[in-house]
Design a protein around this ligand. Structure first.
Ligand SMILES: [Zn+2]
Length: 98
């Protein structure tokens, strides 16, 4: 992720999406691909497993590659909109001496 927005210069470092984009991407791709697999299995007269592998593996990877950056952008935008940013540690905050 970039540290600054190239358009407005907003500092993006405090907004850490962590695993949320991957989770939402898996959730979306799964809810699209699994019904397609089931419908195909039902109406294509139970095709061989290699047909499923050739169809659904590339589709799943392609959808994940398309969706992941957009979902990550949306998660970071939500974090920014709700002002949920992890404060960056400063030398003063790390000083634990009494
Ligand atoms: Zn911006």
């Amino acid at each position: 992720m970039r540290s600054h927005c190239p358009a407005c210069g907003l500092v993006l470092d405090p907004y850490r999406a962590d695993d949320a984009p991957a989770y939402f991407t898996i959730f979306a791709v799964g809810h699209i691909v699994v019904p397609l697999v089931l419908v195909f299995e039902r109406y294509a007269n139970q095709p061989a497993l290699w047909v499923h592998a050739v169809l659904w593996l590339p589709l799943s990877v392609l959808m994940a590659l398309i969706l992941l950056p957009r979902i990550k952008g949306a998660v970071i935008a939500l974090l920014w909109a709700h002002r949920i940013g992890a404060p960056k540690p400063t030398p003063d905050s790390l000083d634990l001496s009494p």
